[in-house]
Write a protein that binds this ligand. Sequence first.
Ligand SMILES: NC(=O)c1ccc[n+]([C@@H]2O[C@H](COP(=O)([O-])OP(=O)(O)OC[C@H]3O[C@@H](n4cnc5c(N)ncnc54)[C@H](OP(=O)(O)O)[C@@H]3O)[C@@H](O)[C@H]2O)c1
Length: 271
Amino acid sequence: MGNTYKKIFITGASTGIGRQLALDYAKDGAELWLLARSELKLNELAQEIQNSGGQAHILVCDATDEPAFLKALNIAQNESTGFDLVIANAGWGGRMYYPSDNNIQVLNQIIDLNFRAATQTLEFFAKYMVTEKHGHLVGVSSIAGFRGAPGGAAYSATKAALISYIESLRFSVKPFGVFVTDIRPGFVRTPMTDKNVVPMPFLMEVDRASQKIRRAIARKRKRFAFPWQTAVLIHLIKAAPDFFYDWVAGLALGKQAVTGRLGKSESNTSA
Ligand SMILES: NC(=O)c1ccc[n+]([C@@H]2O[C@H](COP(=O)([O-])OP(=O)(O)OC[C@H]3O[C@@H](n4cnc5c(N)ncnc54)[C@H](OP(=O)(O)O)[C@@H]3O)[C@@H](O)[C@H]2O)c1
C-alpha cells in the first residue's frame, strides 16, 4: 500500500493498533513520533523500526497528565516542524462494577484519556494544520460509541462523544484543506480485548486491522467502521427499537449486562 504521509504522530503507540500502525507506516517510509506511557515498549518498538531502516522518535508521557501531555505535543510539533498525519489512538476500556467504590475513579480516567486527551491531540495539531493548510487528523473511536454497551458505560459514552467531536471538527477544518477521519473499530485482537471474556464476533487480527485503517486514511474516508459485518450489525442495532436492543444486549451478555461483573479480573466489554 503506497503511503503519502511522511511525518506521522500516533498516541497509544506502545501496543495493539497504534503499535501495528507505527510498524506499517514505518515500513512505508514515514518518520514517526510515538507517544505512550511505557518507555520500555516504546524503546523496543523504535528499535524494531530503526533495525528495519525506519525512523522513530518516542515520547514517554501519560496523556491524562495535561501539562506533561501538552509539553510532549509541543516537542513533537517542534521536532517534526509539522505533521502530515496525526492519529489520536490512545484509549482504555476500563471496567465498572456494580456496586463498587471505584467507579468514579474509573469514569474519570476513561473520560480523561478517551475523550479529553484524544480531543486535545486533535485540537492541538488542528491549529498548525489549518495555518499550513495541510494535514490529516484521525481519531480512533469505536463501534461501542453507537449505543450504550453493557458493562461499558464510561467507555461507550466517551466514544460517542468522540464520534460527535470528530464529525464537528471535520466541518470546521475542511475549508482549510485539512482532512478528518473517524476510525470506528469493531473487535480487534490487542491487549485491550485479550482481557475480554464476552463473545467477540468477527474478531480481527491487528495486522489486518492496520491494513484496513491505513487504506481508509489513504482514501480520506470521513468515517470508517470495520469489520463490515460488525458495522452492518451495529447500524441495524442502532436503528432498532430500544426494546430490541435491550433484548439483544441481555442475550449476548446475560447477567453481565446488568451487573457489569464479567467473572475475570481486568475484563471488560470494550470494542
Ligand atoms: N481492540 C479493539 O477491539 C478496539 C475496538 C474499538 C476501538 N478500539 C480503540 O482503539 C484504540 C487502541 O486500542 P487497542 O485495542 O490497540 O488497545 P491497547 O493495545 O490497550 O493500546 C492502548 C494504547 O494506549 C496507550 N495508553 C493507555 N493509557 C494511556 C495514557 N494514560 N497515556 C498515554 N497512553 C496511554 C497504551 O500504552 P501505555 O500503556 O504504554 O501507556 C497503548 O499504547 C483505543 O482508543 C481503543 O478504544 C479498540
